[in-house]
Design a protein around this ligand. Structure first.
Ligand SMILES: Cc1cc2nc3c(=O)[nH]c(=O)nc-3n(C[C@H](O)[C@H](O)[C@H](O)COP(=O)(O)OP(=O)(O)OC[C@H]3O[C@@H](n4cnc5c(N)ncnc54)[C@H](O)[C@@H]3O)c2cc1C
Length: 404
């Protein structure tokens, strides 16, 4: 037996970085929103959870930054890229948002779910969506169940898939996929105590090994080590060995981590890279469900926040009659793609472990010691400055000329 319930304006499937803010923003505009997730909160998920200053600015705009700060999450004001012969050390900050944070997902996602609830969203956690329902080519709702309970159906004008990389909504509507690239790197991370970072994000580039470390809650430091995806199978049998061996390429860091203690098990991932058309009749996609990329530049959470704002605005504009659904959602897709495609290409390049060209090596050398250029590079990594702008002939010429 299936119970059919009342119609909602919007059903959002998935309640983490993309889903909870989308639901919250729509509820704040007065819509009737149902938010569903098979997880319960607080709970962890695979993610190294660095939020660049732009994402932090979004939390502030939503009135949620103070809540994050009250959890004693350490701030990060410097990004230091250790290239071997020298370190490029800059500030990723933007006006009004000078620092980054890396809150544990147990903290961040719960904060976002609570904010959605306070905005009036109806939330069901521990609820699995089993099926996306359609009529005459348009999505009309979902069928799902709470643990041990009978299935229920719920209907809405729009179903938003915020259900991550393996999105059921996307698998059901099979949207056009573009700019695909296979997994490029495999990486593993763990949390360490006794490895103080003093407000720094440190990244190390050593040929076919790259790693990074940054502080999070509870005086812990997250350290992630990556290698080319081609080594994934060979290395997975002894992750700890390959993870620790990488540090031999930077003895000063190796000495620091030798004095530290690993507090949690290794977690790892290798993900595909793709864009999906994020809308169609009765449905939309936000976050990883609509656009996924390697995590090496830590863009996912900030991107999910941006999607929530853009998609929420588009749904509101279509419900209020300002634009048709297609026109409003096309604007969402265009704004998303325009903003992220250059960073996507930069991210994939980074994740492919291709050695820098001689021109690029020369540029890095010229950047060293030029604070403005190093800040600029930190902001490219943080997804603020477009790589197209930073690596433009004009800017590169300026940096090289300043180096003499
Ligand atoms: C190793 C790794 C490191 C990363 N590090 C960073 C980083 O440092 N900074 C950063 O910004 N990004 C990082 N990312 C990316 C970031 O974690 C994601 O972009 C972000 O979590 C996407 O949020 P989301 O809400 O779209 O999806 P998710 O966080 O995946 O949430 C999807 C939710 O949907 C729910 N769900 C799925 N299917 C169903 C269903 N059928 N029924 C009910 N519920 C369902 C799931 O339970 C889940 O809670 C990293 C990713 C990886 C893999």
């Amino acid at each position: 037996m299936t119970t059919t319930n009342n119609k909602h304006d919007v059903i959002v499937v998935g309640a983490r970085c993309a889903g909870s803010p989308t639901a919250m923003l729509l509820a704040r505009k007065g819509y009737k929103v149902l938010l569903l997730d098979r997880a319960t909160f607080p709970s962890d998920t695979i993610s190294t959870h660095l939020i660049h200053p732009q994402g932090v600015a979004t939390l502030k705009r939503w009135g949620l930054l103070d809540r994050l700060l009250s959890t004693a999450c350490p701030s990060i004001d410097t990004y230091a890229f250790d290239m071997g012969p020298f370190v490029l050390s800059g500030s990723p900050g933007i006006e009004g948002s000078p620092v980054s944070y890396a809150p544990r997902r147990t903290v961040l996602d719960k904060l976002l779910v609570d904010a959605a609830s306070e905005a009036g969203v109806e939330i069901r956690t521990g609820f699995t969506v089993d099926e996306v329902l359609s009529e005459n080519g348009a999505v009309t709702g979902i069928r799902g169940h709470s643990k041990g309970a009978l299935p229920v159906t719920e209907h809405a004008r729009v179903v938003v898939g915020a259900d991550g990389l393996h999105s059921l909504v996307a698998r059901t509507v099979t949207p056009e996929q573009y700019l695909d690239k296979p997994p490029l790197e495999a990486a593993y991370y763990a949390y360490w105590s006794g490895l103080p970072m003093d407000g720094r994000f440190e990244a190390y580039d050593r040929g076919d090994r790259a790693w990074a470390a940054w502080p999070t809650h509870d005086d812990l430091t997250l350290v992630i080590v990556g290698w080319p995806y081609a080594e994934f199978e060979a290395n997975k049998a002894d992750v700890e060995h390959h993870y620790l061996k990488a540090f031999e390429r930077a003895p000063a860091f190796e000495a620091r981590i030798r004095g530290a203690r690993r507090e949690e098990r290794f977690l790892g991932a290798a993900v595909p890279n793709f864009f999906r058309k994020p809308f169609g009749p009765g449905w939309a996609l936000v976050g990883d469900a609509g656009y996924n990329k390697d995590y090496i530049t830590a863009q996912g959470i900030s991107d999910a926040f941006r999607d929530a704002e853009l998609c929420g605005t588009a749904i509101d504009e279509s419900f209020s009659g300002k634009h048709t659904f297609d026109v409003a959602m096309q604007a969402y897709q265009s704004a998303r793609d325009e903003h992220v495609i250059p960073t996507y290409e930069f991210t994939c390049q980074f994740a492919s472990f291709t050695p820098p060209t001689p021109e690029m090596q020369r540029l890095f050398g010229a950047m060293h010691g030029n604070q403005e250029a190093m800040n600029g590079f930190a902001r490219v990594y943080a997804g603020v400055t477009s790589p197209a702008t930073f690596f433009s002939e004009e800017n590169v010429g300026r940096i090289l000329a300043a180096a003499g």
